[in-house]
Design a protein around this ligand. Structure first.
Ligand code: SAM
Length: 256
């Protein structure tokens, strides 16, 4: 508890209470470097909620593998996915054991949702975990969730190669929900990344929007507007299929 963790610092950004002083210091530090990151964290959660609803209702996907799921907060994946279909199944995976401890309390009596403590870089371990095998049927489409996650994975661990490995056993009709901290300003990205590394928590880096596209290269992107007319592309997550919003490209300078 003398060092921050990403899960707890993110909880602090979201205004949660499952965090300690070093986590709050890191959250305040990145907010100082990039004013607005606190708002972005909340927007990211709203994006997650809209995207899960889209996958469940529009694409008809009934199984979710939520990697780097974070500490439970409002509108967690299983709550959104199971709102209309209580049979929808969710496997949460996080490296931080506190996620399991807190999620257990929330998931009592929900046998369609589970939590695994694992390092997602060990793809075989996650996919072959008895809980994953119990809940995910790889004959049916799966929604792989990589929400505000891959910036935690260093280049040396091949974050985008990991995505391919996770998708390998999933059939066509599967989907990916994806957001990533990115900036068009390399110096700003470097300063932000340094701040996180200096806290002693293992992390990857902020990447450019072009680099971030590697995660979904070769995949069919969904139009980011509710009416489906906007060209398919990666956009500011707050504007992805938000009713009344026009999809906006990644802004300059800030981390988005
Ligand atoms: N996906 C959630 C969301 O968007 O609200 C939480 C995002 S939070 C910024 C990133 C999460 O990824 C943290 O909970 C952290 O513990 C987890 N994480 C980071 N590296 C991981 C790894 N190698 N394996 C599993 N989880 C990891």
């Amino acid at each position: 508890m003398s060092k921050p963790t990403v899960a707890r610092a993110y909880d602090a950004l979201l205004g949660g209470k499952d965090n300690f002083e070093p986590d709050r210091e890191l959250a305040a530090g990145v907010e100082e470097i990039n004013p607005g990151i606190t708002v972005l964290a909340k927007e990211n959660r709203e994006f997650l909620s809209r995207a899960v609803e889209y996958a469940a209702n529009e694409l008809g996907i009934g199984q979710f593998l939520d990697l780097g799921s974070g500490l439970p907060t409002v509108e967690n994946t299983h709550q959104v996915a199971q709102r209309n279909s209580p049979d929808n199944r969710v496997v949460y995976v996080d490296i931080d054991p506190m996620v399991l401890a807190h999620a257990r309390a929330l998931l009592v009596e929900n046998d369609t949702t589970t939590v695994i403590t694992a390092d997602l870089r060990d793809v075989d371990r996650v996919l072959n975990d008895p809980e994953t095998r119990r809940l995910l049927d790889t004959d049916e489409p799966v929604c792989l969730m990589l929400v505000s996650l891959l910036h935690c994975i260093p280049d040396d661990d091949d974050p985008f190669g990991l995505v391919r490995r996770y998708l390998e056993p999933f059939p066509s009709g599967s989907a990916v929900v994806y957001s990533h901290l990115c900036s068009n300003d390399a110096e700003h990205a470097r300063v932000f990344t340094e701040r996180v590394h200096s806290s002693g928590t293992p992390w990857g880096r902020v990447r450019s929007p072009e680099e971030c596209e590697a995660a979904v290269a070769g995949m069919e992107l969904v139009s980011p507007s509710v009416d489906g007319t906007a060209p398919a592309r990666l956009v500011d997550c707050d504007t992805w299929r938000r009713p009344g919003a026009s999809p906006v490209d990644i802004p300059d300078k800030r981390i988005w």
